[in-house]
Design a binder for this molecule. Structure first.
Ligand code: NZQ
Ligand code: ZN
Length: 394
């Protein structure tokens, strides 16, 4: 079992009307002038943005607004946000939206007190000493950024999508009202569920077999979310199951399911090149890659794949044929993805077959010009990355 630290400092305020507490929470965490950061139209259309702004005004907290965050959030907008915060003397950032808005907020938070280019952090050229505090009103359960230490940003210059992780960026508080997710379209709901499940699967598929508690918790979470998604696809206003998914999304990525095990994250790294190059929804990109990754690496810890097949995907255990059981588990995941409207390969994801040249380019980027490997269960070298992209081509 690996030694570990578990650090999850975010105050979660969960439930109907939870956003009513926004002004008091900002004051509690020292905010006196706020940047309200948001995405496209969804928070405006639902009235959430107006409600939050009204509550800040009532609470006597001055604020400025910056919208326009797109999925796979762009570096250029964060640079505008950094300038805006400096000009306006902002000392607190409130993200109203999903992973993209929260990640953009974290990036702005890093950049405000830093004299250099904030991209330096994502390139690993510098480490922030401090940042503006960030908090969020979550509108889509998916990325888990509301409790995580990560921020993933796309630099339009070269379509490079990079993540940066630092505990400084864990949100001070996260307001989560499941009713705010009723308006999510089925595709975003399904992609979100795929992403959150993957955050736990990236930690579950490990060589470390001795942290039973973490493994049992992970399996229970995966089963619970896998069942809940069908209820909300059938009835988008099902509060009970929207709530399971919303809380699950946070716990599946706040570090809990990684305690005591070596994490993998290869599927995420391979996917970031897909969403960097084709601007696809992150969760759907994960679904397009995972089955191929799983088939490529399963012999590194076959019993783990058997356990997953039986305990999570309800595959009968054929004790005489562990490989067959593991493969049937992967097929069951593919059926699950199709049942919720997700792709299982890149052709289904982008609507055409990718070229050899595109595969080489994604491999080059994922391996940082042959300078790095990815993965933990199996260390993937550039040739492995290329092989998996080819298997996932569809
Ligand atoms: O822009 P608007 O109009 O708000 O629409 C958004 C967006 O188009 C819409 N949406 C959000 N809440 C809604 C809603 N539509 C209707 N009703 C609502 N209540 O959903 C779309 C997707 O939003 P986005 O924020 O992009 O989704 P998500 O939370 O999946 O975030 C994805 C980003 O997070 C990164 C991904 O790479 C991707 O860039 N990740 C961040 C992580 C982290 N910080 O820890 C970890 C993840 O692995 C992931 O890499
Ligand atoms: Zn993810």
């Amino acid at each position: 079992m690996k030694d570990f630290k578990f650090y999850a400092p975010t105050e979660v305020v969960f439930g109907k009307e939870s956003e009513e507490q926004v002004a008091a929470l900002i004051k509690k965490y020292g905010g006196t002038k706020v940047l309200v950061h948001y995405g496209g139209k969804s928070a405006e259309r639902s009235g959430l943005l107006d409600k939050i702004c009204g509550l800040l005004t009532e609470g006597g907290i001055p604020f400025v607004k910056l919208g326009g965050v797109v999925p796979n959030p762009r570096l250029s907008l964060t640079q505008q946000g950094i300038e805006l915060c400096r000009r306006e003397g902002i000392d607190f950032i409130l993200a109203v939206g999903g992973g993209s808005v929260i990640d953009s907020s974290k990036c702005i938070g890093y950049g405000v007190p830093y004299e250099g280019n904030v991209w330096d952090f994502y390139l690993g050229k510098a480490k922030p000493k401090t940042m503006l505090p960030v908090a969020c009103v979550l509108t889509i359960p998916a990325a888990g950024s509301e409790m995580s230490e990560s921020s993933v940003i796309t630099n339009e210059d070269g379509d490079v999508k990079l993540g940066y992780s630092n505990n400084l960026s864990r949100p001070k508080f996260a307001i989560m009202n499941p009713e705010r997710t009723f308006t999510l379209p089925p595709y975003q709901t399904a992609a979100g569920v795929t992403d959150m499940m993957m955050h736990t699967m990236e930690r579950y598929f490990t060589k470390d077999d001795d942290m039973d508690f973490t493994t049992d918790v992970a399996e229970a979470m995966l089963r619970s979310i896998k069942n809940a998604v069908f209820a909300v696809l059938k009835n988008p206003e099902d509060y009970r199951y929207r709530a399971q998914i919303m809380w699950g999304g946070s716990l599946m990525h706040n570090g809990l399911t990684g305690c005591g095990v070596e994490e993998d994250w290869a599927t995420h790294q391979l996917e970031h090149e897909l969403s960097g190059m084709f601007d696809v929804t992150h969760g759907a990109g994960l679904a397009a890659v995972w089955p191929s990754w799983a088939r490529y690496v399963m012999h590194e810890n076959l019993s783990r794949f058997v356990r997953f097949a039986v305990n999570v995907m309800d595959v009968p255990n054929d004790f005489t044929d562990p490989e067959g059981t593991a493969l049937r588990g992967i097929e069951a995941v593919e059926r699950f993805y199709h049942a919720i409207g997700m792709p299982v390969n890149i052709c289904e994801l982008i609507g055409r077959s990718i070229t050899d040249e595109e595969i080489r380019e994604m491999t080059r980027k994922c391996s940082r010009d042959n300078q790095r490997t990815v993965g933990g269960l199996k260390i993937l070298h550039p040739a492995d990355m290329e092989a998996i992209y080819k298997m996932a081509r569809g």
